[in-house]
Design a protein around this ligand. Structure first.
Ligand SMILES: Cc1cc2nc3c(=O)[nH]c(=O)nc-3n(C[C@H](O)[C@H](O)[C@H](O)COP(=O)(O)OP(=O)(O)OC[C@H]3O[C@@H](n4cnc5c(N)ncnc54)[C@H](O)[C@@H]3O)c2cc1C
Ligand SMILES: O=C(O)[C@@H]1CCCC=N1
Length: 381
């Protein structure tokens, strides 16, 4: 064990997308920053691994759509700084029961905020989107600015921007002692800082019992004819807000990373412990997807060709937690990203950095207050 005498301005705990962007924003502001990660990097045990994620402005709530305006700019800025391509525009096809609340709210939010949107009439649907069946009663529109983020590449890029911060991986944080100077103990050392940001993903549920962690079976499905749903043939990302087969959303990304395979997933899973996820063998989500694909995607084999796994950390209302600890204001928490946080990474990093430095955050963070679950806060700190 080494007790480092040198203090940091800020220690960030957890090098997933949110912690990595927080450390990046802090280092950009010339703050002495330490990013601690329990596993050796890169790893596939949390929520941020995998080749791709969807980026979109289509949300039911205005506040997410507003935040996405800046997110697109920040992603583009990182692409320029690092000279790498992180985003590919594909559009997002949104399908759902025409009169349902989810579908209408998403469509209205986009229109209210003047986001470029194309409404697809039923009789022209198959000429725009071949090889997909629009179910009876469903309607469709396209959020044209949406697309794919290259997730693994993005994480590598943000972690290895040479900004002067320190990353220590393979060091699990075992204790946090609050105070004007916070002391953080890990399996490899003891570190001190003026503030700490906790971005521990699924492991944050040890602090916030209102969260639940679910395992997502990330399924890839084989095209009957190679290329039918390929990104090069301009097949879009899609989101089905309420199919006959499922209570929760079903979503997909065009075939790209694995030749001939398209990623289609169910936006929920079975509850698990992040350290025991491999023991979770429930495949009821895959049964839902099989039925859905048989009905809506006639060009796919209705049996997954590849199944990977990833974790969601769900809050009861599916909104994030971005706040200071209720009793220790120099400890900041970014958690509960509920399966939709990747696209916000650069902005979450900026906001958590602002909170850690005692600055007024650049957005209204009231939807993300930790106190909305106060009755269920664990007293781990
Ligand atoms: C299958 C799947 C599909 C998704 N699709 C999309 C999408 O299309 N679009 C989108 O925007 N979002 C999507 N998401 C959501 C998005 O990926 C997550 O919201 C995001 O990755 C959460 O990042 P995080 O940094 O909070 O968590 P994580 O990536 O889990 O990072 C937390 C890190 O903290 C570390 N850690 C925990 N405890 C400790 C400790 N004690 N000491 C040291 N380190 C510790 C962990 O090892 C981990 O590396 C998807 C998620 C999944 C799983
Ligand atoms: O965040 C996203 O865009 C995806 C798709 C919808 C469900 C969750 N993640």
């Amino acid at each position: 064990w080494s007790a480092e005498k040198v203090g940091y301005d800020c220690i960030v705990i957890g090098a997933g997308v949110q912690g990595s962007f927080t450390a990046y924003q802090l280092a950009k502001k010339k703050k002495a920053t330490l990013l601690l990660e329990q596993f050796l990097l890169p790893h596939t045990r949390g929520s941020s691994h995998g080749q791709t994620r969807i980026i979109r402005k289509a949300y039911e709530e205005d506040f997410y759509t507003h935040m996405m305006e800046e997110c697109y700019q920040l992603w583009a800025q990182l692409e320029r700084e690092a000279g790498v391509k992180l985003y590919r525009q594909t559009g997002l096809l949104v399908m759902g029961p025409e009169n349902s609340q989810d579908y209408q709210m998403m469509k209205n939010t986009l229109q209210r905020n003047q986001v470029p949107t194309v409404i697809l009439k039923r009789d022209e649907f198959s000429s725009h989107i071949p090889n997909v069946i629009l179910s009876d009663g469903d309607a469709a529109f396209v959020d044209t600015t949406a697309g794919v983020l290259y997730a693994d590449r993005a994480l590598r890029t943000v972690q290895f921007q040479k900004l002067g911060g320190v990353i220590k991986d393979g060091q699990k944080v075992t204790d946090i002692k609050p105070g004007p100077v916070v002391t953080v103990s890990t399996s490899g050392g003891v570190y001190r800082a003026k503030s700490v940001v906790i971005t521990a993903g699924p492991w944050a549920n040890r602090l916030l019992s209102a969260h639940s962690v679910v395992r997502i079976n990330v399924c890839y499905w084989k095209e009957k004819q190679p290329g039918l749903y390929n990104v090069k043939r301009r097949f879009p990302c899609f989101l089905h807000t309420g199919s006959k087969e499922a209570r929760d959303h079903i979503y997909g990304l065009p075939s790209n990373e694995y030749p001939g395979l398209i990623k289609i997933c169910y936006h929920n899973g079975s509850e698990t412990d992040p350290d025991k996820r491999d023991r979770q063998t429930d495949r009821s989500d895959i049964d839902i997807l099989r039925r859905y694909i048989t009905h809506c995607f006639p060009g796919l084999e209705p049996e997954p060709a590849v199944v990977e796994s990833c974790l969601y950390t769900l809050t009861p209302d599916r909104h994030f937690v971005l706040d200071c600890h209720p009793t220790h204001s120099n400890i900041v928490i970014g958690a509960g990203f509920s399966g939709h946080g990747f696209k916000f990474g650069p902005l979450i990093g900026k906001l958590l950095c602002e909170l850690s430095q005692g600055e007024v955050p650049s957005y209204d963070l009231s939807p993300f207050r930790i106190r909305r679950f106060q009755a269920k806060m664990k007293s781990a700190l």
